[in-house]
Design a protein around this ligand. Structure first.
Ligand SMILES: [Zn+2]
Ligand SMILES: [Zn+2]
Ligand SMILES: [Zn+2]
Length: 237
């Protein structure tokens, strides 16, 4: 990576000088600090790194430099899950895709030639020529899966999870209400929506059920593959 980075700095000098970009030294410093991290970093994250290195630069100047870095192909910006814009290195001739943990928000990179080829085949079978693509998988990372309580109330489940109902807590009236709604122990449910407030929407056998938060607290669930002891990595769609 060191060699690529010194090559990047050379190119940066050439392009920025040729374009007579002002404050070259400050901009070059931003590039250097940016190249030191392998993270997918936000503008404010980069500001913090610059300050930690003793550089006090105006936020607008840093934002403009990031834009120039994207323009000249040293950086690329991505908004994962419509969050804040994040920047990462763009190394020519290299490509990777991303897995994003919806629990700890960590971003994992991966490369897979078979997957890349398959995408090209699908495109060309449709008479389509790919110019660029991104593949983002949302799910739960290995560390978060390991620390997650297997048994949890439905109210703590994440959208996209497939779970099995293992019991109802609370009084018999709550149990009755859930049974009347059509929820039964042993039902396999898919979580459709679970915002921090409001109903939890789940699907059971192609039917949708909206469960209030209070009731969702009383539905005990477990990940489907927990029972079988199968702990394959997060799958997401
Ligand atoms: Zn890809
Ligand atoms: Zn995680
Ligand atoms: Zn990346």
């Amino acid at each position: 990576m060191k060699r690529i980075h010194s090559h990047e700095k050379e190119q940066f000098k050439k392009l920025f000088r040729q374009d007579r970009v002002d404050r070259f030294e400050d901009r070059h410093r931003i590039l250097e600090v940016f190249l030191q991290t392998e993270n997918h970093i936000t503008h404010s994250g980069l500001m913090q790194l610059l300050e930690a290195d003793g550089y006090r630069l105006e936020p607008d100047f840093v934002a403009e430099t990031l834009k120039l870095m994207c323009h000249f192909g040293f950086a690329q910006a991505n908004r994962f899950e419509n969050g804040e814009l994040r920047y990462e290195h763009r190394h020519l001739g290299q490509h990777h895709d991303h897995m994003i943990c919806t629990k700890c928000r960590k971003i994992f990179e991966f490369e897979d030639d078979a997957l890349e080829n398959r995408q090209r085949q699908i495109a060309s079978a449709n008479g389509f020529h790919i110019l660029q693509h991104k593949m983002e998988m949302y799910g739960i990372c290995a560390a978060c899966l390991a620390d997650r309580d297997q048994k949890m109330p439905l109210v703590s489940a994440k959208p996209g999870e497939t779970l099995v109902i293992t019991g109802f807590t609370g009084g018999s009236s709550a149990r009755m209400r859930l049974m009347t709604m059509g929820l039964r122990i042993g039902d396999v449910i898919e979580v459709i929506t679970n915002d921090s407030a409001g109903q939890v929407v789940v699907a059971i056998n192609y039917h949708r059920y909206a469960v209030g938060r209070g009731l969702a607290q009383k539905v005990q669930v477990e990940p489907v593959n927990a029972a079988g002891g199968d702990s394959t990595a997060a799958e997401a769609g």
